[in-house]
Design a protein around this ligand. Structure first.
Ligand code: SAH
Length: 365
């Protein structure tokens, strides 16, 4: 206990110290979770902010080795939610006072896709009278595209780096023009430059990943000064090249523990950022998302994708909520929040406090 307690009290987080914390056993980890909960109550409070999630399309031009919707997986029926269906989802989110919307998709760069997103953004602003916070998670794009989408009404963007270690990146992705670590880094830079609340994240316990990598990931997020984070455990997909990889080192319980520790340590290190309790947490453990909320997360993303498409957006196996519609997802979400002794922040956008503080300090200079 002493080692963990001392490191946290000293509040200096070097790579070596983070590695020690990530290696903490169950007993020692309790102290990490308690500290994360304490910091969360000071910097965030007990509110959980909501983002209605539309999984817009599973069409994707990439071939990530872990992902179920990679372009080379021919066992997937490709879909795109129509504008009429998106409108219904926007109205549901607004009527139910979720406060924010997230549009997530595979990675496409065609003009057709770019202008479809633009049209959706205009619709969100029009239908909700600007009441909704708007997050995009549509992969790497040019600076111009990010700018266009910003002007059309998006103001937050989540682009996971997946791993901040370049060598590890190429074990999870093919090495070619479509999959380039530096391009992904550059995209994060563009997002910040365009003025988005910028989020990133990694997959936890992915093949070939070491504890050292995870410590580097936390320091990377601190270094690029993110406003939001979405990270969750890696889950195998049988149609992906990494299925049954011999380089996967963790069992389910270890994956959950490690994910919770990553969330808690990020809360301790970055204090006022938004951290999502991701669906992947729920996939590995019943109650996974409420555990994440207790360990320092403060965002939930209830799914509002029309039920008929959900099975097709299968990034990994056993994704929960596949048989649900938006109403059911709302009920599940309220249960999770109350079990985590928190309250849903209906009607609030829930912008990142870190972003607000960043903006305040940049006005001073
Ligand atoms: N294409 C977009 C986002 C869509 S996928 C982008 O590149 O930003 C959203 C996230 O799902 C990915 O960033 C990845 O971290 C996660 N994901 C994909 N396959 C996964 C798997 N097998 N296990 C866990 N998470 C996975």
């Amino acid at each position: 206990m002493k080692v963990v307690e001392n490191i946290i009290k000293e509040n200096i987080f070097t790579k070596e110290r983070i590695i020690d914390l990530l290696k903490a056993d169950t007993e020692q980890s309790k102290y990490i979770f308690e500290e994360a909960a304490r910091i969360k109550s000071i910097y965030i409070g007990n509110k959980v902010h909501l983002r209605g999630l539309i999984e817009l399309t599973n069409k994707c031009s990439k071939n990530c080795f872990y992902c179920g919707i990679a372009v080379s997986n021919h066992n997937v029926n490709r879909y795109c939610v129509s504008l009429g269906e998106v409108e219904k989802a926007i109205k549901f989110i607004d009527r139910n006072n979720y406060g924010s919307i997230v549009i997530q998709s595979g990675e496409l760069q065609s003009e057709e896709f770019i202008s479809y997103i633009e049209k959706i953004l205009h619709k969100i602003v029009e239908l909700s009278w600007g009441r909704l916070g708007v997050t995009l998670s549509c992969g790497e794009q040019s600076e111009e595209t990010y700018q266009r989408w910003k002007e059309a009404g998006a103001h937050r963007y989540l682009l996971r780096i997946e791993t901040s270690n370049e060598k590890h990146y190429y074990k999870l992705h093919p090495k070619n023009a479509k999959h380039n670590f530096h391009k992904r880094l550059k995209s994060l830079e563009y997002l910040k430059k365009c003025g988005y609340q910028t989020g990133t994240g990694v997959m936890i316990a992915s093949p070939f990943q070491t504890i050292e990598n995870l410590a580097e990931d936390l320091l990377f997020m601190k270094h690029i000064d993110i406003d939001m984070c979405g990270m969750g455990p890696y889950i195998e997909h049988e149609d992906s090249p990494l299925f049954n990889s011999k380089e996967s080192f963790y069992n389910t319980t270890e994956k959950i523990q490690l994910s919770l520790k990553m969330i808690a340590l990020l809360r301790i290190i970055m204090k006022d950022i938004n951290i999502a309790a991701t669906t992947a947490m729920q996939t590995l453990a019943t109650g996974g998302r409420e555990m994440a909320l207790k360990a320092g997360a403060n965002i939930l993303m209830p799914n509002v994708t029309p039920g008929k498409y959900r099975e097709q957006y299968e990034l990994y196996k056993n994704k929960p909520g596949l048989d649900e519609e938006a109403e059911d997802s709302k009920i599940s979400m309220e249960k999770i929040i109350s079990k985590a002794n928190s309250i849903p922040a209906y009607g609030e956008k829930g912008n990142s406090n870190h972003f607000k503080n960043r903006m305040k300090s940049s006005y001073i200079y």
